[in-house]
Structure formats: structure tokens, C-alpha cells
Design a protein around this ligand. Structure first.
Ligand code: GCW
Length: 708
């Protein structure tokens, strides 16, 4: 028998009293961040209008997902209005009517056929309408999950103080797979996790289900995330054992009504390590049979299992190359096992085999483009946003747009491995937008990464954006209160990459902290500038991989590691003569992996955006950058600017005291103190290190600004 711990989702949704600015006299009561962006704070003065537009809620349909819609709306309205809005069947002025043409006669009669045809299985129409002569709000969808997304949309409008009286919203997600990628180990640790231990309680599962599993699913679903790979890509084979699969199935059962599907990272050597076979060679029929039987076993337990994510022949993981086979043969082996069940394989392109090319940045492109066309229809190649590894800034990976016949999905990283590890406030929405908006020119202008991912450049059977993600058992889920915004931004941008980073930051701020317009504007500005300032005080002007150790602090002096391409010196190549990696046509020709005119843009020193300067070019210390300064001076300016921006970030946050509850305000401030100190330390250490090569002093005017 399964037992559910007391205090499930609905209960954890107590109301909170932050209202609009005019009402805030005393600081709002302390919060711990557990409720994320689903706090459902009182809408203050707007409450009356909302209540008028929400006299009762009618959810047509009997599925578990319809139950979720009712629970969420009941809990949300109770928290926002101090009493639940009645859930009944009546149609009156101000009813909210939710359903699909199959479940609801009222929805059927509205004849939304054309609109609904366009929104697919997950989209919805949210519209003010007249039904039986009454003004109502309708949430219509083809499937119940679409109606649930629509309900969350309506709640988001109310949480962000937007009007809900004359609505005409038609939404569908831009891509199919919007997945959390957890790097959680079975022993409860999380690789690159900075918010406590793993959420998954393997010892308790499958019999005991933590209420956090429900709250996790609510959070994901509220922003359109429709699946999770729950274990590390450095995969423990035991996840595929009968014992663990029962545990996994229990989680999948909890998440199903929320539309969050289960996926697993598979270890390519599982037939050997788990199955006891003598080989995992994809051409061995016994190996193929083993995977088929394993897939059948999984689907018997989890009928809607999504598929496998695989890290193969990368950083010590086994893979097809171990047996002299290609990545395509490896991926196809698993794809064939999953195909009868409609599962997919997400095969990672994060490979950097030294034999392929001396430059790590070139290797994945070289390996994968030559396999284009060889993958089964249910394989997608999963590509990190940049060609190295989630650096604070990278140009987009040249594989985007380059695979014409193979679906390519994007992997971004919300867990801040290289971006301050939940100690620094770094909102990644801006960085991801820079990536999504980059024009690959694969088929002429407008072939942005976002369009490639949505299958609008090369028609694609599988589309997706996934995120290596950040929640753990910390009460506030993500360690830093602001790191929650990266989970949020991932979901929102995967649903709609056209949203601006500003809009997403604003939504999140209103839902998470306050609807006070001035405070919102201040926090939004802090968030929007935070990524650039982090780049400034860590790796400006196209510098990358200046790291060592645990990837927290830049260590440009790092010149010793088990592999050369894990050092920092391999990338910056600083010497007395200059700094930077020559990837131009005169250098190692990495630029040629991009389509024209992008390759020309990066190749030409004059046109190469300075944010990528030292990524593509090797420059002398006295090279004049666009500002007229020498490269050395510019580098100094960037580092000083970054440290000053970090200090300003903290001051700005402090000015919000009283607008944010004291607890969260203090907890953020404590981390900002670390950020300010780190930024200054990193500036000084890095400039001292590079100064040994440039043999130039730090411009005195910069030093003065600090000494003052
Ligand atoms: O970013 C690097 C990390 C590794 C990680 C690897 C990967 C899961 O440092 O911890 O391993 O990439 O993406 O596979």
C-alpha cells in the first residue's frame, strides 16, 4: 500500500499578504521560498475585479488532470481572495468554464474548431465569451492537459496584476519536448547541484510519496514543462533494474495528471553491467534483444514512458565507439527498442574525442554532421547551447541548423555550474535569449536557433528544449531565491522562445516577490543586467573556460588537468605577445563550421562582435578595440566594471528593504555579499595573472575608482 505524507500540495499553498504598493505599510511577513512562483498572493485592490470575473468555476471532465485543475484553482482562489471560488456547474455572469469539445457541451457549442485545430494537444484558447447570454471566461483545449496549461495561464495573469475581463489568448508550445534534465545520483547527491540533496527519495519509494513530488509537478506544469529525465547522464545502471523501475513508476504515476512524463538516462553498458552479457556492441543481436526486453519491461510499468537520454563516449562514459561503432548505430539500437512504444532517444552531442580534432570546440560538429541522415526517426541529437560547455558566454553551437535530416534539440543549463553556483545572482533568461535569437543563416536570414528548434528551418519530427536543472531539497528548492527564476525562465522560453527576457523576469518577479510596480521595475533591471556583469567579472571579451576545481571561481592559471582541454591555459593561450584562441580561417578554421555570412562575421576581426573576440581571435595586448582602448585596457575596464556592477546590485537590493519580506530579503543579501567579495577577488586575481603577460599596469583611473 502506498501512503502519502500529510500536508500535500494544496495545504502548502497558504495565502500571503503582499499586496499592491499602496497597501504595503509594514514589511510583508517572512517567507521561505518554498512556494516558488505559485504563492497566489492577495491581488490587493484588483481583487474585486477578479472576483467579479470569477464567480464560479466549472470544470467539465472527469480525468485526473481535471482534478488537478480543480485543486489548483481552489487553492489559488482561496489564497488570493481568502475564500475559494465555488466549483459548480452553474453558468452565470462571471463563470469560468473549462473543458474540451469532448468533455463539454458548452465548449462544443462555442464552435472554436478553427482555433482549436491550431493549438495541438497541449495548447489552449482562453477567451472571454458569451454563453447562455452570460459573460463568461472560457478555457478550451483539445486535451485536458491543454486546459490545465490554460488554467495556469489565467492564474498567471491574476498573479501579475493583469486584466482578465476581455481575454483572447491562443497559445501552443513552440516545441514538443520541454524537459527537466536532473543530474541526480542514486545516492542522493546531485552532480553540479547547489540546492541540497536530490528530491527523489529512493529509499522511501515506491511506498512513500513525498508531497514535494506533487509540488514539483505543479511547478513544472505551471510553466509548461512536460517531462523530466530524473537521473544523471553519468548514469548508474541500477536505474534500469526491476527494483528501481518500480520506484520510478511510482513517481511517474504522481506526475501523469500534470502532464510531466518520465524519462531516464541510460548507461550504454547496461546490457553488460546489469544484464550480465559479455558485450554491449550495438551489432550483437543479444544486445538488441536485451534493450527490447528492457523497454517492454519499462512500458509495462510506465505506459507513457518518454524515452532515454544518453551520454555516450564522453568523459569516460561507455558508448558505441567502445565497440568500433558510430554514435548513430548506438542511438539506433535504443531507438529500435523504444519505437514500438513510441519512445524517443535523446542522444547527447556533448562529445569531444581528442582524435577528432585538436580543438575541443570543433569536435562534436565534425562527429555528428557526418552522421546526418543515419539516425532512426525517433532519435534527436541533444546539443548544448555552445560548443564548449555552458560557459558564462558562448557563441551558439554550430550544430544548430547544420543537421538537415536529424532532429536537433537544445540543452541549456539552469543549474549555475559556471555562473555562480546559486551563490551569485545571475538570471539566465538574457543569455538564453541571446542564444535562441542567434541567426544561424542555415537557410538564409531568419534561421534563428529558436526557429531551428521549432522545426521551422528543417522540418523536424522531434522538437525540444531541455534544461539541466537546479531544484534540490533546500526549502526554497534552488538554493538562491533568484535561482528559481532560471527554472521559471527555462519553462517559459521553451514554451515560447519569442517572449522577451524582460517580460519573463517581470512575470517571475511579480509572482515570486511583489506586485509593487517600482520594486518590480528595480528587480527586473537587476536581473536583466546580472548576466552581463557576471561575464564582465569572470570571462569577458570571449574568454572562456578560465576555470579549474569545482568550476566556481575562475582560475586562468590552471594548466594542469588529466586532459589538456580541461585546463584554462589551453583556451586563453596568454603570452607576452597576446591572448585568445585563433579559430579564424587563418587559424584552425573553426569559423567555417558556421554558415555564411556568420562565418565571415566571426572571421573578420573588424566585424566579430567583441563579446566573442577572444573566442575566435588571437590579439596583441595593444590591439585597439572599438572603444579606442588597447585590448589590455579594455580587459581591465571589463573586470572593474563587473565588480562595480556586482556591488551596485547589492546596493540596489538593499534599497528594497521593506518591500520584500525580511527573511528572503536577508537571505538574498547574504549571498549578494559573497558575490560582491568574489567579484572583486576574481577581478584582482585574474588581472594580476594576465598582467604577468601583458606587462602593463592596470590603468590608474580604474584603480582610483576603487581606492576612493
Ligand atoms: O558541464 C560538464 C560537467 C559535468 C557533466 C558534463 C556533461 C554530467 O562539468 O559534471 O557531467 O558536463 O554535460 O555531461
Amino acid at each position: 500500500m502506498r501512503t502519502t505524507l500529510a500536508g500535500a500540495a494544496g495545504v502548502s499553498l497558504g495565502g500571503c499578504a503582499t499586496g499592491s504598493s499602496s497597501l504595503v505599510r509594514t514589511p510583508p511577513p517572512d517567507e521561505d521560498g518554498y512556494r516558488l512562483w505559485l504563492r497566489y498572493a492577495s491581488p490587493g485592490a484588483a481583487a474585486r475585479g477578479y472576483e467579479r470575473a470569477m464567480r464560479n468555476i466549472r470544470v467539465d471532465g472527469a480525468s485526473a488532470t481535471c482534478g488537478v485543475i480543480r485543486n489548483e484553482l481552489r487553492a489559488a482562489t482561496t489564497a488570493m481572495f481568502g475564500r475559494p471560488v465555488p466549483l459548480d456547474e452553474s453558468v452565470q455572469e462571471g463563470s469560468v468554464i473549462i473543458g474540451t469539445p469532448r468533455s463539454s457541451e458548452l465548449i462544443r457549442d462555442l464552435n472554436l474548431g478553427a482555433e482549436l485545430e491550431g493549438v495541438g494537444n497541449e495548447g489552449f484558447v482562453l477567451r472571454s465569451a458569451r454563453v447562455e447570454g452570460k459573460s463568461v471566461t472560457v478555457i478550451a483545449a483539445n486535451e485536458d492537459i491543454g486546459a490545465l496549461y490554460g488554467a495556469f495561464h489565467l492564474l498567471r495573469l491574476m498573479q501579475t496584476a493583469r486584466p482578465i475581463a476581455r481575454l483572447n489568448v491562443v497559445e501552443r508550445p513552440a516545441v514538443q519536448l520541454r524537459l527537466m534534465n536532473h543530474w541526480d545520483n542514486l545516492n542522493g547527491t546531485i552532480e553540479r547541484g547547489y540546492a541540497g540533496r536530490s528530491l527523489w527519495q529512493w529509499r522511501e519509494l515506491p511506498d512513500t510519496l513525498s508531497p514535494r513530488y506533487v509540488d514539483y509537478a505543479r511547478a513544472c506544469c505551471s510553466i509548461g514543462i512536460n517531462g523530466a529525465v530524473i537521473n544523471n547522464v553519468n548514469a548508474d545502471v541500477r536505474i534500469l533494474s526491476a527494483e528501481y523501475l518500480r520506484k520510478v513508476a511510482a513517481l511517474a504515476d504522481v506526475w501523469r495528471p500534470f502532464g510531466v512524463r518520465m524519462y531516464l538516462s541510460a548507461n550504454f553498458a547496461a546490457p553488460v553491467r546489469l544484464g550480465g552479457l559479455s558485450t554491449a556492441d550495438p551489432r550483437d543481436p543479444a544486445v538488441a534483444d536485451w534493450w527490447k526486453a528492457k523497454a517492454d519491461e519499462i512500458y509495462a510499468l510506465i505506459p507513457d514512458f518518454g524515452g532515454f537520454l544518453v551520454k555516450a563516449n564522453s568523459e569516460g562514459q561507455p558508448g558505441p565507439k567502445t565497440y568500433g561503432r558510430t554514435h548513430a548505430e548506438g542511438a539506433n539500437l535504443l531507438a529500435d527498442a523504444l519505437a514500438p512504444h513510441k519512445g524517443v532517444v535523446m542522444w547527447r552531442a556533448f562529445v569531444y574525442d581528442e582524435d577528432v580534432d585538436p580543438d575541443r570546440a570543433k569536435r562534436a560538429y565534425l562527429e555528428f554532421t557526418r552522421l546526418d541522415g543515419q539516425f532512426r526517426p525517433n532519435v534527436a541529437v541533444q546539443v548544448k547551447n555552445g560548443a564548449i560547455d555552458f560557459q558564462p558566454r558562448e557563441p551558439f553551437h554550430p550544430l544548430f541548423g547544420a543537421m538537415k535530416e536529424t532532429p536537433v534539440i537544445a540543452e541549456i543549463q539552469a543549474t549555475q555550474e559556471y555562473t555562480g553556483q546559486a551563490k551569485h545572482l545571475v538570471y539566465l533568461g538574457t543569455m538564453w535569449k541571446e542564444f535562441l535569437d542567434s541567426d544561424t543563416h542555415a537557410k538564409g536570414e531568419g534561421s534563428t536557433v529558436a526557429n531551428v528548434l521549432a522545426g521551422r528551418v528543417h522540418p523536424s519530427r522531434i522538437t525540444g528544449i531541455v534544461s539541466v536543472t537546479n531544484p534540490g531539497l533546500d526549502t526554497n528548492w534552488c538554493g538562491h531565491h533568484f535561482s528559481q527564476s532560471n527554472w521559471y525562465a527555462f519553462g517559459r522560453l521553451a514554451w515560447n522562445p519569442e517572449l522577451t527576457a524582460e517580460a519573463v523576469a517581470e512575470e517571475w518577479t511579480r509572482m515570486t516577490f511583489t506586485n509593487d510596480d517600482r520594486a518590480v521595475a528595480t528587480i527586473r533591471r537587476m536581473m536583466i543586467s546580472s548576466h552581463e556583469s557576471f561575464v564582465n567579472y569572470t570571462m569577458p571579451l570571449g574568454l572562456h573556460h578560465l576555470i579549474g576545481g569545482d568550476h566556481y571561481a575562475p582560475m586562468p592559471w590552471n594548466n594542469r588537468a588529466p586532459r589538456e582541454d580541461w585546463t584554462a591555459t589551453y583556451y586563453h593561450q596568454a603570452s607576452e605577445e597576446g591572448i585568445g584562441f585563433d579559430r579564424t580561417r587563418k587559424g584552425n578554421r573553426a569559423v567555417e563550421q558556421y554558415f555564411p555570412p556568420v562565418c565571415d562575421l566571426f572571421d573578420d576581426l573588424k566585424s566579430c562582435p567583441e563579446k566573442f573576440l577572444l573566442w575566435f581571435h588571437r590579439c596583441r595586448w595593444d590591439y585597439r578595440v572599438k572603444s579606442g582602448r588597447t585590448l589590455w585596457e579594455e580587459l581591465c575596464v571589463k573586470y572593474y566594471e563587473g565588480a562595480a556592477q556586482a556591488a551596485a546590485l547589492r546596493e540596489t537590493w538593499q534599497s528594497l528593504a521593506g518591500k520584500i519580506d525580511a527573511r528572503r530579503h536577508r537571505e538574498v543579501d547574504e549571498r549578494l555579499a559573497i558575490q560582491v567579495a568574489d567579484a572583486a577577488k576574481w577581478r584582482d586575481q585574474i588581472l594580476e595573472y594576465f598582467g604577468q603577460f601583458s606587462k602593463r599596469p592596470i590603468p590608474s583611473d580604474l584603480r582610483l575608482t576603487i581606492d576612493d
